[in-house]
Write a protein that binds this ligand. Structure first.
Ligand SMILES: [Zn+2]
Ligand SMILES: [Zn+2]
Length: 225
């Protein structure tokens, strides 16, 4: 019985829907291979295991036969080998020249090979920043970046970024009602609120703007104070 030699991504024999991950040295479900860190390593790892197999076969050709029925997840799902970059990630990298918090975040992200590239999920991006021990300002920057990115796509951006960051700085990056900051817990999301709502004649004058967390902002109704 020839030894079974698994290439990175090979289906486990007798266990369909489970594939060998040479990066983790374990058998994993399909979703495991779409993990961002894996996508970037997958091609190199596949090439390395192929080279390894070639060497073993050269030494003892019959012993290391790879069954012809071996199915590779990368053959079944060729897309897994292509790193995808989210529109948000591409947008963020273009902000690196800015002279504000988003510019700082963009610069950090550009030099962070592990920053998740294929997601626009706030929870996942935030989790990554926390793992990197990013400070409260980076978390504020992330929320502002996501908000601005989405606003730029719906062309509704009532308060200019420069002014938003002025207000955030002035208010110490904290909700002016409950005092929470972005790093206190994941659910805290800081927003710039009009004290007098725009529909009631409120302006973008700094006097009329303050930082609230989403919870306090939501509890306040439509901009009345
Ligand atoms: Zn793995
Ligand atoms: Zn609050």
């Amino acid at each position: 019985m020839p030894a079974r030699y698994y290439l990175h991504g090979d289906e486990a024999e007798g266990q369909s829907s489970t594939y060998f991950c040479a990066i983790c040295d374990s058998f994993e479900a399909e979703s495991h291979f779409s993990d961002d860190a894996h996508i970037r390593k997958a091609k190199a790892r596949l090439d390395a295991t192929k080279r390894g197999l070639k060497k073993l076969r050269a030494a003892s050709p019959r012993k290391y036969a790879r069954p012809s029925s071996a199915r590779s997840i990368f053959k079944l799902k060729p897309k897994l080998l292509k790193p995808t970059t989210s529109r948000f990630h591409r947008w963020l990298l273009r902000q690196a020249d800015r002279d504000d918090l988003i510019g700082d975040l963009a610069t950090d992200v550009a030099s962070d090979p592990l920053f998740p590239r294929n997601t626009e999920s706030r929870a996942k991006l935030r989790e990554h920043l926390r793992r990197r021990a990013a400070d409260s300002l980076a978390l504020v920057a992330l929320d502002e970046a996501l908000r601005e990115f989405r606003a730029s796509r719906s062309s509704r951006d009532a308060i200019p970024p420069k002014l938003r960051f002025e207000i955030l700085r002035r208010d110490g990056y904290r909700c002016q009602l409950c005092g929470l900051s972005a790093s206190d817990r994941a659910s805290v999301r800081l927003e710039i609120d009009h004290k007098v709502a725009v529909v009631k004649g409120g302006t973008n004058d700094p006097e009329n703007l303050w930082v609230l967390c989403r919870k306090c902002n939501g509890g306040k109704g439509a901009g009345d104070l």
